[in-house]
Structures are given as C-alpha cells and as structure tokens.
Design a protein around this ligand. Structure first.
Ligand code: ADP
Ligand code: MG
Length: 642
C-alpha cells in the first residue's frame, strides 16, 4: 500500500499517458528529468503494464552494476514478484533472470556484449538506455549499436526496436540531433537548496568535510540526514571510522549518528541499508561516491556536503597507460550533487571549495570515450563488423586513441592489417569470448602454453573481483599477521593466488574468512567468476593444465598481457614505467612495501593521487621479457644483466 502511494506521488506518474502515447507513435524517445522523478523505476513498469514485454524483453541499462542490482530489487518489490522472475538483472558474471523475466536490468557493458551474439538484439522489444548523461563508453557505443539494430530490423520487416534514452538534466540537444528526434521534458519536483561555499581554499578537504559535518550535527534537527560525496572506498571507510569515533567520544549529550558507506565494492546487503530510515533521535549520514549523484536516490537527505572530487579512470594514448586519478568534478556534477539535498524538502548544500574555485571546474564532464582506453571497445566493434573509423559515434574519440588501441590490439595478436583495414584475428575472436579486458583474455589464451591454466584462471578471477582483504582499524596488526601467512616472496599476484587457492580448498568458508580477515563475498564471487572463465576455456578447447609449484610460469605468462605494465627501479627508489615513463612508488598495500625492492616489476594498475602508486606488483626477471615478448623487449631497451 505504502509503496503504491509512493509510486503514485512521483512526478513521472503524471506523464504516464503521454509517455505511452509517444512510444507507440515513434521508435525513439528522449526523456529528460530531474534525478529522483521516477524515470528508472517507473518507466519500465509502465511499459511492462502496457504489454511491451510480450514479444521481447524490456531492457534497462545502467552504467554501474550496483545501480542495476539495487534498482532491480526495488522494482521487483514494487511489482510484488520474486527477484529474477518477472523482474531480474544481469551484470557481468552474475545473471539473476529466468525464462519468465520480462523486465531485465543490466549494465550497459552487458548489453554491449549481448549485441555480439545478436546484433539485431532480437531478445528485446524495448531498450532503455538510462543515465545517458553519464556518457560511459558502453552507453555511447550502444547508441550506435541500437540505432543500427533499429535500421536493420526495419529492413528485414521485423518488429520495431523501441529505444528510450533517459538522462538527468543535461545536454539533451546533443542526443536529439544524433537520433533525429525531439526530447521530452518531465516536470520535476524539487525544493530550493541553499548553497554554502567554503570562504577560503581548503588544503585538506577531508578535514574540512568533517568539521562541516559536526557543525551541521550540532546545529540542525536530527532528522535532517546528511549525504557526503567522497571519492572511493578507502577514503569513505576511513572517514566512517573517524565519524563514529568522534561521535562516540564527544557527543554523549546530543543525538547519535548512524553512518552508512555507499560505494560499488560494498556487499549488497550493506548497500541497501542506507535506504532505510534512521532510528528516531539519530542522524543518518551517508558517505557515497558519485553513485549517489544521479543513479540512486536516498530518501531523507536534507544536507549535502560536497568535497568536489571524483575518481576517474583516465587513459593517455601518449603514455599507453590507464590511470586512476582523483580529479575535480565538473560544474554540472556540482549542481547535481547540490540537488540531492532538495528531494524531500528544502535543503542545504555545503561545498568545501570556494565559489572562485568552482569557476575553474570544467562545465561538463568529458565523455568517457574521449578519455578512455578503447581496446575492448575497438575489438568488440570489429567483431560486430563495424569499422571504428566510420562508426557513428555520438562524440568521435580522438584518432590517436583509436590508433593506440589498434596498436595495442595488434601487439596482443588480436587484430592484423591495421593499415589499410584492420581485421580481427582468430585469436582476437577468442579473446572476445571472455567478458574481460583483452590484456587478461590474452593471459588465459596463452596460459596453457605456459602450463599454468589452472593458476591463471584463478588469478584472473581474483583480479576481476573487488578487494578480497578486509582491513580493520582496531585489529590492524592481527589482520596483517593473518594476511602475512599467504605472502609470496615474488609479489602480490602470487599472494592473491595463495589466498584464493586456500579459499577454494576450505569448507567452512565464513569462519575461515573471518579468522583470516578476508572478504567472503568477494572471494565467493571470484569462485563463480572462475567457474565461468573455465567454461569458456573448455568451450575453446584450451588445455586445462597446472604448473604445480613452478610459479615462474605464472609470472612469465603475466608478461604476455601486461607487458605495458613493466616498471624499473630507479636510484632514488622510485619506479619508472617502461611504457609511458611514469614515476611511481609501490602501493602501501603491497607485500613489497617498505621491504625488498625488486629491480623489475609488473603491476596491475597505476593510481595517481597526490602520490603515484603502482598497485599489485610482482617481481620479474628482465631476461624473461626477451623470451616471452621479444617484440616488446626490442622496443623497450630493458637492460639485461648478463
Ligand atoms: P530517477 O531515475 O528519475 O532518478 P528513480 O526511479 O531512481 O528516479 O527513483 C524514484 C524514487 O524512488 C526516488 O525518489 C527514491 O526515493 C525511490 N527509490 C528508488 N529506489 C529505492 C529503494 N531501493 N528504496 C527506497 N526508495 C527508493
Ligand atoms: Mg535514474
């Protein structure tokens, strides 16, 4: 009953009739509306109730897997069905649907993969590309893919494919021109939000955020919930701990606080907690990444604290490296964040940056496709038969980024004849069968030659999952001791492999994970991923062999895919990446941190914040480079000691 009332009260409900009329009339619809107006949860249900799910499923894409899952749960609740029956979701490595499913939430990445199996997307009658303003690479590419599918279905006299593009309040003209249709605006209902800027520039935004929070806590009624925007898991967990600590020691006389982190890697049941109301006399404080910016709406928020930063994956074709970097948000994002305070009632937004500083933020975020590594995308488009240089991109990626992707794919053996016309190789097609980055599928496709298929399946599975270690502030030393048991002297990849192998042999996993400060959910997820990777490997007839204790084979095999991630120790104890010449140190979470410094290492990723860090590193021997990737060794001028 209450759910139904909430649904009726959403702004989008008033437009239901008009929406359905429009979608019957035209094949493509652009809808723009305030965040929280009900686009994501309601429009798919209107379609379902109008019978659109009968001939094919209704697909709704989300840029983030967390959003796809939480929204599917919510909608299943509203439809009063078991999740996975009428309403389900599919994200990479996780499928919660049945043949009964008519409404399927999914990541944009999954739909893109699905189009590889059928470029006409015949399983679907309607595709709603949601959160289009986020401009992820997958959504951007899907624009072109669905447009082509619509055209082909028309030519073949098949049922039309209806496409709905939904977006928060941004740049709809651009989409309109691309699809050749006009946009529809939904009336939003938001309350005024008072904006407070920092008076002077803050050198420590985390400190500024904490101070602001406790000022709010002292001076506003306890039912005004607070949403704080931070950049990622580590930052959020550290601040959550600090807030709880301060509240425990200093606030006995005022109302209590309930702190809820919200980020992608958080276990699902924890993610849902922040949607529940806080107990009376306690204030709900949600610490979130930009997931709370537009994709999910948390009820009760009256205050927003915006630190003004976001973590972005940035690819530089010049250096050939993918980099995680904490950067300033755009002005459009700042206004989105601000709006989150005015969903239920008038609110306040506190910005820990000055008004002047905000003027220097870029107006709109740069679409991801203009700043990403395009290897997977290019490979997928080639498999779909598209020539990337002629593909109808909403915004065309720079030629140098496409060229860099071609070059990398060629060096991985996935494509050939880059000039004049790149074609996908047999190996490239096989690489596409794995739903992972081409570098990693290359590892799996060559692992049997190194005799280490079992090990590589495990390693890639663990690398595909989120952090398997549990950190504990109170029991830091105990956790470190527990983790040390698994340490490999060769580095972090083999350490991960040790943990995972032990996990696979364990029966009472919950207890074992608890005792060893390991994350049961992420390890179980890795186990499922491994099973799926194994299935694909068996389909491809790859020999499933094991190298036993001869872990050098695993380390050599890593070079097959990650040769661009080699770094060399410098005299000042920094490392220099061979490709791209970036200076960085080994991340504190590494087994090498503060101890032995190997001369040559291979790393999983490079993170640039105030300091540059290489995450997950393994020692390699320079001789191997010439042996395993001779072409690269030739180019890289690695010193080989004799
Ligand atoms: P939009 O897509 O337009 O941003 P949504 O359809 O996501 O809007 O959300 C509509 C409303 O549904 C929101 O105001 C929010 O309060 C509510 N809502 C969505 N998901 C949940 C959930 N898991 N729990 C409680 N309320 C939710
Ligand atoms: Mg939405």
């Amino acid at each position: 009953m209450q759910l139904e009332q909430q649904r009726q009260a959403l702004p989008v409900t008033g437009c239901k009739k008009r929406l359905l009329e429009e979608i019957h009339k035209t094949d493509t619809l652009l809808i723009m509306g305030e965040t929280g107006s009900g686009k994501t949860t309601q429009i798919p249900q209107f379609l379902l109730e109008a019978g659109f799910g009968k001939k094919g499923m209704i697909a709704v894409t989300q840029p983030r897997r967390v959003a796809a899952i939480t929204i599917a749960k919510r909608v299943a609740q509203e439809q009063q069905c078991q999740l996975g029956e009428l309403v389900g979701y599919t994200v990479r490595f996780e499928d919660c649907t049945t043949p009964k499913t008519r409404l399927r939430f999914m990541t944009d990445g999954f739909l893109l993969r699905d189009s590889l199996a059928d470029s006409l997307l015949r399983n679907y009658s309607v595709i709603m590309l949601d959160e289009a303003h986020e401009r992820t690479v997958s959504t951007d590419v899907l624009f072109g893919v669905v447009k082509m599918a619509q055209r082909k279905r028309k030519l073949l006299n098949l049922d039309p494919l209806k496409v709905i593009v939904t977006s928060a309040t941004m740049d709809i003209d651009h989409f309109g021109q691309y699809f050749g249709v006009k946009g529809m605006y939904l009336e939003g209902r938001t309350h005024p939000v008072r904006v407070m800027h920092a008076k002077e520039s803050q050198s420590d935004y985390l400190h500024a955020t904490l101070v602001t929070l406790f000022e709010i806590h002292r001076n506003t009624p306890s039912n005004h919930d607070v949403l704080i925007f931070l950049t990622g898991q580590e930052e959020i967990e550290a601040m959550a701990q600090q807030i709880r600590q301060i509240a425990k020691t200093n606030l006995s006389s005022i109302a209590g606080v309930r702190v809820f982190p919200l980020y992608a890697q958080l276990p699902q049941n924890k993610q849902l907690e922040c949607f529940l109301p806080a107990p009376p006399n306690a204030r709900k404080i949600v610490l979130a990444t930009n997931i709370a910016e537009t994709s999910v709406t948390i009820p009760g928020i009256r205050c927003v604290i915006d630190a003004g930063f976001v973590k972005r994956r940035i690819y530089s074709p010049a250096t050939g490296l993918d980099i995680l970097r904490v950067v300033r948000i755009s002005q459009a994002q700042a206004w989105q964040r601000c709006g989150r305070a005015g969903r239920d009632a008038p609110g306040t937004c506190y910005r820990t940056y000055t008004e002047q500083e905000m003027k220097s933020f870029e107006k709109m975020p740069t679409p991801e496709i203009l700043r990403s590594n395009l290897c997977s995308t290019v490979l997928q488009l080639l498999a779909l038969g598209f020539d990337c240089k002629r593909f109808e991109f909403l915004d065309k990626p720079p030629a140098e980024a496409l060229d860099a992707a071609y070059k990398k794919l060629e060096s991985l053996g996935a494509i050939q004849n880059v000039a004049p016309k790149p074609t996908i190789t047999v190996l490239g097609r096989k690489m596409n069968r794995f739903p992972i980055d081409p570098q990693y599928s290359k590892l799996l496709l060559t692992a049997s030659q190194f005799g280490c298929m079992e090990e590589m399946l495990s390693l890639v599975a663990v690398l595909s999952s989120e952090n398997i270690y549990v950190s504990s502030v109170e029991k830091r030393e105990q956790a470190a001791l527990a983790h040390a048991k698994f340490h490999s002297k060769h580095g972090d990849h083999l350490t991960l492999l040790n943990v995972f192998s032990a996990f696979l042999k364990t029966e009472k996993i919950k207890l074992w994970c608890h005792d060893n400060f390991l994350n049961t959910r992420n390890l179980s997820y890795a186990r499922d991923v491994r099973k799926q990777l194994l299935d694909i490997a068996e389909h491809l007839n790859l020999p499933i062999n094991s190298c036993g204790d001869n872990f050098d084979q695993v380390r050599k095999c890593l070079l097959m895919g990650l040769f661009d991630n080699i770094a060399e120790l410098q005299r000042d104890n920094f490392y220099l990446t061979i490709t791209g010449r970036q200076r960085a140190k080994i991340h504190p979470s590494s087994v090498f941190h503060g101890k032995y410094r190997p001369e040559y290492i291979i790393f999983s990723e490079i993170v640039l914040t105030e300091k540059n860090f290489l995450r997950q590193v393994t020692e390699i021997s320079p001789e191997w480079v010439a042996e395993v990737v001779p072409n690269f060794a030739h180019l890289s001028r690695i010193k080989v000691s004799t």
